[in-house]
Design a binder for this molecule. Sequence first.
Ligand SMILES: Cc1cc2nc3c(=O)[nH]c(=O)nc-3n(C[C@H](O)[C@H](O)[C@H](O)COP(=O)(O)OP(=O)(O)OC[C@H]3O[C@@H](n4cnc5c(N)ncnc54)[C@H](O)[C@@H]3O)c2cc1C
Length: 463
Amino acid sequence: MTAQDVSDRVVDGAADLLREALGDRVALPGDADFDRLRMPWNVAIDQRPFAVAYPQSAEDVVDIVRAAVKCGLRVAPQSTGHGAAALADTDIANAVLVNLSAMRGVSVDPDVRTARVLGGTQWNDVIDAIAPYGLAAMHGSSGDVSVAGYILAGGLSFYGRTHGLAITTVRAVQLVTADGSLVRASAEEHPDMFWAVRGGGGAFGVVVSLEIDLLPYGDVFAGMLLWDAVHAPAVSRAWAAWTQDAPESATTSLRVMNFPPMPDLPPFLSGRSVVVIDGAILESDDVAAELLVPLRALEPEMDTFARMPSAALVAVHMDPPDPTPVATIGGMVAELPAEAVDAFVAAGSAPGVFIAELRHCGGAIARGAAGGGAISALGGEYCVVGIGVVPALEMAAPVARAVRGVVDALRPWHADSLALTFVDGGVDRAPAWGRSRGRLIDLKYRFDSDDVFASGHPVETLG
Ligand SMILES: Cc1cc2nc3c(=O)[nH]c(=O)nc-3n(C[C@H](O)[C@H](O)[C@H](O)COP(=O)(O)OP(=O)(O)OC[C@H]3O[C@@H](n4cnc5c(N)ncnc54)[C@H](O)[C@@H]3O)c2cc1C
């Protein structure tokens, strides 16, 4: 659907109609709250929707979707705005941005190891709620990413090589669909919608709650090893070789990180470039320590690997806790011979690159699980990610070019797949869905033929 098609269907007086239907649950340009509510976590993205709606309940979401559709407007669900750069590929000038940040909450059933979370819930909320029961969840490296946005796009976690993509832990999704219905989709109820939303995410509705499986880990062996970046070539080659034999119980990442001099940073990072290996090893302390011997032999200047409460795992990667202006690009890599590692390290030290990262995938991540949805597995052995900080909006394009260099450096070794969570716009998403894509497009037409939902990862509509 083109921006012109959408614009043509917006009814006269749409702003007044929205206000009449939604009252103070919607903010329009010029309203006191509009700028605060439209601001995403990724503050490099200046998103300007037609209006922002701010639901407190599933019933509010039903009202919002119905009012938007009646006005001829699209609906763009957003929980935190970590993925705002992906949504920026879509014109949302005639969309109601649904800011779900008030819809947070977790209820835990420790006996069957599941949690029910509201549509805007963040992983830190889940971690806090499940820690007293000695349970863990398949969160990623950042606790303020939302469960819905992350998990329905796949979700790469440090439990991944043992337990698969986080999306495989979704048991049910309750969402408001394009016709304004509140639907519970699971293997038994609305199975086609359940299949589609697991990979199609916000292109199929506004998720108001999810039910997810939890993991039986009260503690984990996890941490990080850090060296000065002069050691990046040797450490990176050693890690790449180590991952070839690492068991599926070990999920780790390797990063080249370039920190500007900043008083807020700890002195061991400020103004330095470093190389870091971090992750989790789901083994006893002795087995985990034995596995780490070749990496520890490289004499890191910092080594925090130890047994820790599973609630502490989310902090190991040191992701920024506050809204940040970033440009990110990801790709998948089939193998990492020495020349690929050297190309990665060189690209990681280019100007404009804040972080160049390789996450070890494979194992259960590549195998998937029975009964999965449009995404249930991720091909390729490594996910490569380039991240840059955008100091001012006019720097967005050069920083994006610099971080693209990290992914492009590994082009000869790319796998024909894509981790949707690390797509921040500007790329073809088709490889993320692979063979599921045809069915996903058919189901988009069946459930949302008017393309009501504007998602960070759009699914084509037929016709
Ligand atoms: C600092 C940082 C660390 C990260 N770490 C990891 C990681 O370790 N592993 C990993 O796999 N990914 C990671 N990511 C990527 C992250 O998972 C994606 O950006 C994800 O889309 C963020 O989801 P969100 O809901 O928080 O963001 P949003 O921008 O709010 O949402 C992104 C998209 O998700 C959909 N969506 C969100 N909420 C809803 C809802 N309630 N209903 C329907 N659709 C919804 C929408 O289509 C929306 O456009 C990280 C990103 C950042 C910035």
